[in-house]
Each structure stands twice: as structure tokens, then as C-alpha cells.
Design a protein around this ligand. Structure first.
Ligand code: BTN
Length: 267
């Protein structure tokens, strides 16, 4: 996979062609994209790497990003709106990434709330969205980072995540063309950049059908370690998870407040 191979799968008229940057190795495409955004890089700046030495995940975790087996992509968006209008964005990104995988790989993953792509009980991809706000309270830039496990075998994953990590190739048994998938992902992000605010209802309706968390018994884990149990009922228009707790109370929880575990494992 390289820049030319990705561009070969995109139409000549693809508006973000000239702002696609390729890196054999980088610390983190999200970190670099934030630096570029601060220096004025426009909406549609896309960074794709074959390998990250400091890949970052959500909640301060690292994201393993070995060479030759994954796609590590970040894109800069600059929507003219307040951050409140984009509460659902991270769900919307997961939803359009399911479209990209389905178009390219012939199967549709599910989504573990908020934005892990999963299949057969295994995590295939993760998304890290980072946002900067102007002093006037408007969005300055958003960096959306997506890491996809494409070609790993089970033995490639470290022991601690082996039971719940997977790759597109290992769960589907099909050969995966990383360049083609990277092009599908860029194309899906372009569509999202136009639709994220105007078609929020439609995108969230589709998200709910893909979200495997809804209807499940779950544990809600707070940063302070407090764990509560309940059943996931829905995802609301802000992307928050609506949960009926074992106490009977119904609460909406945001991904910033809690992480979710299935009662009997990762999902
Ligand atoms: C998660 O599952 O916790 C989110 C993982 C996000 C990883 C991607 S890879 C491309 C971009 N650059 C990073 O450093 N992180 C994101």
C-alpha cells in the first residue's frame, strides 16, 4: 500500500486527492494531523500511514500499529458549527466505516458503542476523534483517526488482547486489499463531511441497527472504578447510551463518562 495505490481506487474528481499524505512510518497520524491543523491545513487533509510508533487510542491508551497489516488514517474536518452540534459525530464515523468495510470486504461489521467496529466478538477497528474549539466557542478543527486491523492473524496480537482482537482477514477468511479499503474510507469520510449535521437523523437510525450493544446486559465502568450494571436500551440523538440500570432507573451516559463491557466478555 502507498499513496499511488490508494489514489488509483479513487475517482479523478475526488475533491481530497491532492491533500492525501502518505507515511511509511509516523509517530501518530492524529498527532501529526493536529499539528497540521494548527498550521492551517484545510478540511479534507488526509494522513495515511503503514506503521505508527506511538499510535494513540481512546482513554489515553496506546493503539498497536504494526507495519504491513493495518490502516492508520486521520482526516481534518472544519465544520462551521458549535461542538454541541457534533455530539453524535463519533457514532456517525463508526457508521460510515461500516459502509466502507461492507463495500470493500463484502461483510458488514457491527458497532460496539461508541465506535469500535466488531465482528464475531472481536474488535477490528477503533476510532479516536479529537476536537479543538475557537475562543468564540465554535469548532476550529476536528481530527478523526481510524485504526483498522486488516491482515493480522490471531498470533500477531499480544496475549492480553488475543481473545477479543481480530482482523478483517481473520474474521472473514477473505483476502483484504488495504489500498482499496483506505480509498473507501476516505470516500466515506468525504460523504460524512457533507452529511454529518444535515443527515444526523438518518445516520443515527442506521447506527442503531448496527450497534450490537443495544439490547445487551452491560457493565458501565466509570473512571473512578465504580461499576454499575443494566441493559442498554438505545442510543440517543447525541450519541449517548440510554441504559436501564438494575435499580430500575433509566439514564443516558456519554462515552466521556463511562466505558462499557458486556456482562460475559468484551461485547
Ligand atoms: C481506540 O480503539 O481506542 C481508538 C484507536 C484509534 C487509532 C487510530 S490509528 C490512526 C489515528 N492515529 C492515532 O494515533 N490514533 C488513531
Amino acid at each position: 500500500m502507498d499513496r499511488d495505490e490508494i489514489l488509483r481506487h479513487l475517482p479523478d474528481a475526488f475533491p481530497w486527492r491532492d491533500s492525501l499524505y502518505w507515511f511509511d512510518t509516523i509517530d501518530s497520524t492524529n498527532t501529526r494531523a493536529k499539528q497540521m491543523a494548527l498550521q492551517g491545513a484545510p478540511e479534507g487533509t488526509i494522513l495515511v500511514a503503514d506503521c505508527q510508533t506511538g499510535g494513540r487510542g481512546s482513554r489515553g491508551r496506546s493503539f498497536l500499529s504494526p507495519a504491513g497489516v493495518g490502516i492508520y488514517m486521520s482526516v481534518i474536518l472544519r465544520p462551521c458549527c458549535s461542538p454541541e452540534k457534533l455530539m453524535h459525530l463519533t457514532c456517525a464515523v463508526a457508521e460510515v466505516m461500516c459502509d466502507a468495510v461492507e463495500n470493500c470486504c463484502g461483510f458488514r461489521p457491527g458497532i460496539k458503542w461508541t465506535n469500535d467496529l466488531v465482528y464475531g466478538g472481536r474488535k477490528l477497528a477503533g476510532i479516536l476523534t479529537e476536537l479543538s474549539v475557537t475562543p468564540q466557542g465554535m469548532v476550529d478543527y476536528i481530527v478523526i483517526g481510524i485504526g483498522v486491523n486488516c491482515l493480522q492473524t490471531e498470533a500477531d496480537f499480544p496475549q492480553e488482547i488475543r481473545s477479543f482482537a481480530g482482523s478483517l482477514q481473520s474474521v472473514s477468511g477473505k483476502a483484504i486489499d488495504r489500498s482499496r479499503l483506505a480509498a473507501e474510507m476516505a470516500s466515506a469520510l468525504y460523504t460524512l463531511s457533507r452529511d454529518a449535521v444535515s443527515r444526523i437523523g438518518e445516520i443515527l437510525a442506521r447506527y442503531r441497527t448496527d450497534c450490537v450493544t443495544i439490547g445487551k446486559q452491560i457493565s458501565l465502568v466509570r473512571a473512578d472504578g465504580i461499576i454499575r450494571h443494566g441493559i442498554a436500551l438505545d442510543v440517543d440523538e447525541t450519541g449517548a447510551l440510554v441504559v436501564r440500570l438494575d435499580s430500575g432507573a433509566v439514564e443516558s451516559v456519554s462515552s466521556g463518562e463511562v466505558s462499557v463491557r458486556g456482562m460475559y466478555g468484551y461485547l
